[in-house]
Write a protein that binds this ligand. Structure first.
Ligand code: F6R
Length: 248
């Protein structure tokens, strides 16, 4: 892995958006689909903003883009404004020309009986496109990527998971109280993420400084699932000054 540090998250986000746009255009010239793994949360918002701007002002097309989102709360309704389905449409999909059938987000309403097979099918669908060309990640204070909380296996697949208490506390404001935060989620696995050809992890602000230090400088361990990225051949950590402030 290597890390790049920027003065501002805005500047950093523009660079990441431009890398994604270049990949989309390169794939388009090859007449191949561009398979993107996407994250929600506060970290990628400015990346999506810039991609939308490039679509509107520079004609960047998402016609050949296929997306797979990392995760969704479980259970969760699509039209709930707290759903990641809603988030992605609000910040990206409603503003670009991606065909609706190219969008994949774990379904927070799949029944308990179907859940296991649903997760297997999600990974199979990613593999049917030859895997993810690019995976965008944020990081939780527990060291989760996607919702792969501490204890996640390096080869884990898409599955349902119990959210860590810290993760639920961090999500509490959006749900007007920790008791309203779902206890479970569906998440792509560490194995799914690590199969991506390129990974970019974003972290902004002082609240991420400790976990970024552990992730980059700590020993690889299931207790900090993001440390598994140390073994990935093409991962970049894109940080602002604050998030990088504990690195030695
Ligand atoms: C979201 C996701 C999570 C977030 C992480 C950081 O799809 O998979 O791992 O990336 O919780 O969230 P923010 O960016 O809100 O700090």
């Amino acid at each position: 892995i290597h890390n790049v540090i920027f003065d501002s998250s805005k500047e950093a986000s523009l660079l990441v958006a431009h890398e994604i746009a270049n990949l989309i255009q390169r794939k388009e010239e090859l007449n191949e689909p561009c398979v993107l793994g996407l994250a929600t949360g506060s970290s990628p918002i400015k990346v999506y903003e810039e991609l939308v701007r490039m679509h509107k002002e520079e004609g960047l097309s998402f016609k050949n883009v296929i997306t797979f989102n990392l995760d969704e709360y479980y259970p969760m309704d699509k039209d709930n404004i707290q759903s990641y389905y809603y988030f992605m449409h609000e910040h990206l999909f409603n503003h670009v020309d991606i065909p609706a059938e190219n969008i994949n987000i774990p379904d927070g309403k799949v029944s308990a009986e179907e859940l296991r097979q649903y997760c297997i099918d999600y990974d199979m669908k990613i593999n049917s496109y030859g895997g993810l060309d690019f995976q965008l990640l944020g990081i939780g204070r527990t060291g989760h990527i996607g919702f792969n909380e501490p204890g996640s296996h390096v080869n884990s697949a898409t599955r349902s998971i119990t959210l860590d208490h810290i993760t639920r506390v961090d999500a509490a404001p959006a749900f007007l109280g920790v008791d309203n935060v779902p206890r479970k989620a569906i998440t792509m696995g560490i194995g799914t993420v690590r199969n991506a050809k390129r990974i970019v992890l974003l972290a902004w602000g002082i609240s991420k400084a400790d976990i970024i230090k552990e992730t980059i400088e700590g020993e690889i361990s299931s207790q900090v699932p993001a440390t598994y990225l140390q073994e990935h051949p093409n991962t970049t950590f894109v940080l602002d000054t604050e998030a990088s402030s504990e690195l030695t």
